[in-house]
Design a protein around this ligand. Structure first.
Ligand code: ADP
Ligand code: MN
Ligand code: MN
Ligand code: MN
Ligand code: MN
Length: 359
């Protein structure tokens, strides 16, 4: 038996032991797990506080503290409450904004800026949906469950043991998100064995970023239970091309209404004039991740040039075929990297498409 299989067998024993503790009679207390985005804008952190009773809403959850990597104190401000799918009702997961020791939003957190931008464009009723691709790794960071002779490049949405690995992780993640109250609208196997995708949305404004970040947190927690790693790296396996992206779908009230295609085309024209700005904020490393991902070696658009088309995959921006045929709906920006900060992407899209930003 391979080492990781032994680890996973032990994990199953641990899980049955854990069930005993999970079934202990519950008092009136409520455990609230505070979740926040760490300074690298990629990883998540959390810690749990016991409240003496179930909070009725976000206002009942007190601020809390944490320590950042540079030893200054951080204030955790609860902004969005979800049900906890791990320790179950009445326990909560709560997404927090981070204030630095001067009590202002920490430099690396874009949520408060995103809220401000969304307030300016409220009348457009902007909707967002994001497709989160990820790749499963074994504990040694090699591709999860790639046996010899396995067919790696499969095309998405396949079925069958020869090709599909990790379906339990994706399925449990979906169920956990639904329990939590995350607006998760679907999931599918992606183009390479052990690569998966889930979709969030459509959500009004800031909600998309909040739900996506919490869905990522839930993914990492589910993976802890299966003893696998979910990576959002854009090219996680050296020597193999398996790019992971985070397509962001966008619409306004006008785009969704009769004749909306005209507004979609206008927005795409504006996006075409700010290609390099968008790529500089579509991954957490100023474009460096997307340079590795948006190359001509796989079906992606070009890092250097903007392109758009109806129903095509090798472009920066796609108008879905069905949207084109019906003359209204939404469009898809395929450039954001899998590890993007959704708040950063949403700010750029709103500024360019609706607030007339140009550079
Ligand atoms: P693809 O065909 O690109 O794989 P998916 O089905 O994976 O598309 O994802 C579609 C995404 O578009 C979902 O996140 C969904 O929430 C989002 N979406 C659907 N309708 C709208 C809309 N009107 N405005 C914004 N996003 C939308
Ligand atoms: Mn301590
Ligand atoms: Mn998709
Ligand atoms: Mn995909
Ligand atoms: Mn897509």
């Amino acid at each position: 038996m391979a080492t990781f299989d032994i680890i996973r067998s032990l994990q199953k024993i641990t899980m049955s032991v854990k069930n005993h503790y999970m079934s202990l009679p519950k008092g009136t207390y409520c455990q609230v797990t505070y979740v926040w985005i760490s300074e690298d804008k990629e990883s998540l952190r959390s810690k749990t506080k016991t409240l003496c009773k179930e909070p009725a809403g976000i206002k009942d959850i007190p601020e809390w503290f944490a320590v950042s990597t540079n030893i200054t104190e951080l204030t955790l401000v609860p902004v969005k409450m979800f049900r906890d799918p791990f320790s179950l009702d009445p326990n909560k997961l709560v997404l927090c904004e981070v204030l630095d020791y001067k009590q202002v939003p920490a430099e690396t957190t874009l949520r408060s800026k995103c809220v401000e931008v969304m307030e300016k464009v409220e009348k457009f009723e902007p909707w967002f949906g994001m497709e989160q691709e990820y790749f499963l790794l074994d504990l040694d960071r090699k591709p999860y469950d790639w046996p010899p002779g396995c067919r790696f490049y499969t095309g998405s949405c396949c079925v069958g043991s020869e090709i599909i690995h990790g379906r339990d992780v994706a399925t449990c993640h979906n169920l956990a998100c639904l329990y939590a109250g995350i607006k998760i609208c679907g999931y599918n196997p992606e183009a390479i064995t052990s690569q998966w995708e889930f979709q969030i949305g459509p959500c009004l404004g800031i909600e998309m970023g909040d739900h996506l970040w919490m869905a990522r947190y839930i993914l990492h927690r589910v993976c802890e239970e299966f003893k696998v790693i979910a990576t959002l790296d854009v090219q996680p396996v050296s020597g193999h091309l398996c790019p992971s992206g985070g397509h962001v779908n966008f619409s306004t009230k006008e785009m969704r209404s009769e004749g909306g295609l005209q507004y979609i085309e206008e927005a795409i024209k504006k996006l075409s004039r700010r290609h390099s700005h968008h790529l500089s904020v579509y991954d957490p490393h100023g474009g460096a991740d997307n340079i590795r991902r948006l190359n001509s070696q796989t079906i992606t658009s070009s890092f250097k040039e903007f392109s758009s088309a109806v129903a095509a995959r090798d472009v920066s921006v796609r108008i879905p075929g069905q949207v084109f045929r019906s003359g209204h709906g939404y469009f898809e920006d395929r450039r954001p990297a899998a590890n993007c900060d959704p708040y950063s992407v949403m700010i750029a899209m709103i500024e360019t498409c609706l607030l007339g930003a140009a550079d």
